[in-house]
Ligand binder design. Structure first.
Ligand SMILES: [Zn+2]
Length: 299
């Protein structure tokens, strides 16, 4: 099983340094990743999250909310979509038969439309809450305009008794190899999940938006930029669950760091550490790093 790290279109939030902690100024826009994974299994290609897609690039205003377009001004370049990066790696988009979603926010689900042959897997709660479109913010974040794949959605509930390093999980997802599991991490949204992947070099956990800054996983002195702290508070659906899951993930990083590599969707430092590529550079066969050579957490 081979794993490629893809940044499927950066978001460029207002607040610059207050958000990403590394842009020189607070007056220019920052840059956050949208960290997706392409997994080559024996039978098929599996995509974990999809970032923004080709239709978002072509016509952002018909697909994305004005509010988030103004706030995040995504770097809408077609070459950074999952579809184009997968083609650049030498595959066809029709080779992607399964997509596993951490959640349905617009910056994770935008690429779904680009993979008409894929079954889309997510937790049931995520689908139900996104479809309900209950609040103004829900209608800005969950965008039915991005859901032409709806008939191919498959949903799951965590089963009691299934466990992964002390977390609940969903195993044996139909069509997927047993090495890929859901690890429910509610809080950011009600049906939010991390995706755990058992590789020859140990486990990867794509923790989605369970946290936003790599230093939130620092066991001794957890820290987050003020801008991302505010953003997470604005977006959270269940604050207690979100903070409890962050604490559990922190413990996981501390106790099992040798066996489990945890990373989130939007931290550029984690993305560059794991992909060994600058944020704005699309994947290519030649540049993909040997995952065994990447160790430890970025600081
Ligand atoms: Zn996100």
């Amino acid at each position: 099983m081979r794993v490629h790290h893809l940044n499927c279109i950066s978001s460029c939030p207002l607040g610059g340094r207050l958000m990403d902690g590394r842009t020189p100024s607070v007056l220019t826009r920052g840059e956050l990743s949208c960290h997706c994974l392409l997994i080559e299994t024996a039978q098929t290609l599996v995509l974990v999250d999809t970032g923004f897609g080709l239709r978002d690039v072509a016509d952002p205003r018909s697909r994305l909310s004005r509010f988030f377009l103004a706030l995040l001004d995504p770097d809408l370049r077609a070459e950074m979509t999952a579809a184009r990066q997968i083609e650049k790696l030498g595959f066809r988009t029709s080779d992607v038969r399964h997509i596993v979603l951490t959640h349905l926010d617009f910056d994770h689900a935008g690429g779904l439309d680009d993979f008409p042959d894929a079954t889309v897997h997510m937790l049931r709660q995520e689908r139900d809450h996104a479809l309900a479109q209950k609040t103004w913010l829900d209608r800005q974040r969950f965008r039915p305009q991005q859901w032409s794949s709806r008939a191919r959605w498959k949903t799951y509930d965590p089963r009691a008794g299934e466990g992964w390093y002390g977390f609940e999980c969903v195993r044996d997802i139909p069509g997927l190899p047993p090495e890929i599991l859901f690890v429910p991490l509610p809080g950011h949204t009600f049906g939010h999940a991390g995706i755990a992947i058992d590789t020859a070099q140990g486990w990867l956990l794509q923790a989605g938006d369970a946290y936003f800054h790599h230093r939130e996983m620092d066991a001794r002195e957890p820290w987050c930029t003020p801008g991302l702290r505010l953003y997470q508070t604005m977006m959270e659906k269940d604050r207690g669950a979100r903070l409890a899951n962050q604490a559990r993930l922190r413990r996981l990083c501390h106790d099992e760091g040798a066996h489990v590599t945890v990373f989130c969707a939007h931290d550029p430092v984690e993305f560059e550490h794991l992909s060994r590529r600058a944020l704005h550079v699309p994947a290519s066969g030649a540049a993909s790093a040997d995952p065994a050579s990447v160790t430890g957490r970025p600081r």
